[in-house]
Design a protein around this ligand. Structure first.
Ligand code: ZN
Length: 160
């Protein structure tokens, strides 16, 4: 756990992380979460300073919905091809609520972040709110996915 930076209060975060968390909170207000009533926002910053946001978008056919993080990552890829992602913040709150709730990225989002990270050859720090209102900055997607599956596994398979 020592590689994760843990902060007791939001105000202890660095300026950029706080800025992204604020942007993510704004984005959460645009979530489509009529079923879970759990709105999530994500904001990532690119190497040219552009900020891309995403919010969860649920569907009456539940599995068809999408998480905020992946909305932001895929939008960044489509709209800003070739730009590297420098950091992402993810926040959650109840629909219509003001206070943020602890929420860390789900497994599939971690896997998608890892693909981006591997592709751009640069770690992507992830800012999230953990239990007891602490804030965590994971240094990379890889740090959130030990023993992960990447293209190296496919390459090894193709070499056989
Ligand atoms: Zn997710």
């Amino acid at each position: 756990m020592s590689e994760f930076s843990v902060y007791k209060n939001f105000d202890d975060l660095d300026q950029e992380s706080k800025y992204l968390a604020h942007k993510a909170k704004d984005a959460a207000n645009h979530a489509h979460a009529p079923y879970s009533k759990f709105t999530v926002g994500a904001a990532l910053i690119l190497d040219d300073g552009s900020v891309i946001t995403g919010a969860n978008y649920e569907n009456a056919a539940y599995p068809s919905g999408m998480c905020a993080e992946r909305v932001a990552f895929f939008a960044a890829s489509a709209q800003h091809p070739g730009k590297r992602i420098m950091k992402i913040a993810v926040v959650a709150k109840k629909k219509g609520g003001k206070d943020l709730l602890p929420a860390t990225s789900c497994g599939p989002c971690r896997q998608v972040m890892l693909e981006f990270e591997t592709n751009q050859k640069k770690a992507i720090p992830i800012v999230m709110q953990a239990d007891d209102n602490t804030w965590v900055i994971a240094p990379s997607a890889a740090s959130l996915l030990p023993f992960s599956f990447t293209k190296d596994n496919l390459d090894a398979h193709h070499k056989k």
